[in-house]
Design a protein around this ligand. Structure first.
Ligand code: SF4
Length: 497
């Protein structure tokens, strides 16, 4: 996924950029970068984060940059290419950071080459096209940053929220055209500083008050004089539901809706729809905990922690190639508490099931520790479609999804995937029963789409593609363009004749 944080301030901005970016550490685990503009020059530091925390990697750079007394800076943590990228162009010098997933890179590159406006330096790993490089070329086709950012939003498929710091002392923030990711403004009253963030929880400890969420497609310019909207946003929005259900930080709000409260409501809906006799409600850390609390509040069953997290050692993204070592590390992250497991009927809440591998292992460990029953409740519907807007999981292919493998086994290679979406239908029930059987649980229930929508509570302005296959970017947009992945997966939108 990824996250960014930018600052424009009358005072030196380095510690705000450093800590503000650090608050996005849960959003990405591959690369980190910070850039400041001071003394008419850009200064940049970037590091691999796969084996170290952001703070450890960037402490020295932050100390060095603080001596430059910069007023403009940005930081980014991502799962993709090295960021921010620096460019010298007819628009001036600038630094650019991206959060999103550009799925039509090849098409964009070919168009740029056809127009004699492209050249590619093979910045991506293994010579792949580099999204940042192509976005800068798209921006540079226009006469102003405003037009350039608008042009990017009009041409990118997938999603792209951007931070651009120019050598004129302007920080541009552009929220993805459909608002898949949040971009939030904060202001500090004491000195008039403005921050732009993806996690609102980054603001308060740095002295900023929440100001507002940018609208989908909105572009603003932030200077020492304040914030100016360059491109008006719109209401046609599809913010990622998984931010609320899974990977957003619990203390954050997006669209003014608090993540922790959404998770309580998801848990409450699960309890209301699927009551079960049990002794303890528990959650798989981290996000499963809030869903479990919501379940416990609603059901009246006491909450406890039969699994506790052990975090001090392995970095989150460390993945040794050896399977048995991977398993040991996964086990090390969750420690069972035997007295809370033996002879107990447990309800376990989790955010989602992707491959199911870890959950199967955890269920086995609970039964091995003497659990009587394990009822698993999942806070979102089954993941049937692979996300094509964000890099939020390690799934490479749709067939990595447990649901899809089972659907194929049940219905063959040309199975009607859409028929497995209806929770009251026989195909759905057969799929979930097979998941339950393979994962070794006593019972397995998923949340329903309308319940998740109610739990988030902002109406249809959320993305539910990975559960429903329905994609707002095909609505009100001239209909199906016939070249995105969802058509191959029986797009729910009416194809254009
Ligand atoms: S498809 Fe799923 S993960 Fe991707 S943006 Fe939509 S809700 Fe989020």
């Amino acid at each position: 996924m990824g996250g960014f944080f930018g600052v424009v301030s009358q005072q030196t901005c380095v510690s705000d950029v450093f800590f503000g970016t650090d608050y996005h550490s849960h959003m990405g685990t591959v690369r980190g970068g910070i850039a400041v503009f001071a003394g008419n020059a850009f200064h940049r530091s970037s590091h691999n984060l796969a084996n170290a925390q952001f703070r450890a990697r960037f402490e020295r750079a932050a100390t060095r940059f603080a001596g430059l007394n910069p007023h403009y800076g940005l930081g980014v943590i991502s799962d993709q290419d090295d960021q921010p990228i620096f460019v010298q162009s007819h628009l001036g010098r600038y630094a650019l950071a991206l959060v999103g997933l550009v799925t039509n890179l090849q098409e964009l590159a070919e168009q740029l080459l056809r127009d004699n406006r492209g050249h590619f330096c093979a910045l991506g790993k293994d010579g792949e096209l580099n999204a940042l490089e192509i976005l800068t070329m798209l921006i540079n086709t226009q006469d102003t940053f405003e037009d350039g950012l608008r042009y990017v939003q009009e041409h990118v498929e997938g999603s792209a929220s951007l931070l651009l710091l120019s050598d004129k002392g302007v920080l541009y923030a552009a929220r993805d055209r459909f608002g898949r990711t949040p971009v939030i403004l904060g202001r500090r009253e004491s000195d008039g500083a403005v921050a732009v963030t993806m996690e609102s929880c980054a603001l308060s400890n740095l002295g900023y008050a929440y100001d507002r969420d940018l609208k989908a497609g909105e572009v603003v310019a932030i200077t020492l004089d304040g914030v100016r909207t360059l491109v008006e946003g719109h209401e046609e929005q599809a913010i990622c539901s998984f931010l609320y259900v899974y990977y957003g930080y619990p203390a954050s709000t997006y669209e003014n809706v608090g993540v922790e409260r959404v998770r309580y409501r998801c848990g409450a809906y699960l309890a209301r729809r699927n009551p079960v006799d049990a002794d303890i409600v528990a959650g798989i850390p981290d996000s499963g905990v809030a869903h479990a609390l919501g379940y416990a509040f609603e059901s009246g069953i006491r909450y406890a922690r039969p699994f506790v997290k052990y975090t001090p050692t392995w970095p989150r993204s460390f993945m040794p190639p050896d399977q048995s070592l991977r398993q040991k590390i996964a086990n090390m992250k969750l420690l069972p508490v035997p007295e809370l497991i033996r002879d107990k009927r447990l309800v376990f809440c989790d955010d989602s099931i992707v491959r199911g591998t870890q959950l199967r292992n955890q269920v086995k460990r609970l039964f091995d520790a003497g659990a009587k029953d394990i009822h698993v409740r999942i806070a979102c519907p089954p993941l049937i479609y692979k996300c094509k807007f964000l890099t939020f999981s390690r799934t490479e292919s749709v067939m990595d999804l447990m649901t899809r493998r089972i659907i194929q086994e049940i219905g063959g290679s040309d199975a009607d995937v859409e028929s497995f979406r209806d929770p009251d239908g026989a195909p759905y029930k057969a799929m979930v029963e097979e998941m339950r059987r393979r994962l070794g649980m006593t019972s397995l229930v998923f949340a329903r789409v309308p319940d998740v929508e109610k739990a988030i509570g902002i109406g249809p302005r959320i993305c539910t593609y990975c559960w429903t296959g329905e994609d707002i970017s095909l609505r009100g947009n001239g209909g199906c363009k016939g070249h995105c992945a969802c058509c191959a997966e029986r797009c729910a939108m009416t194809p254009k004749a």
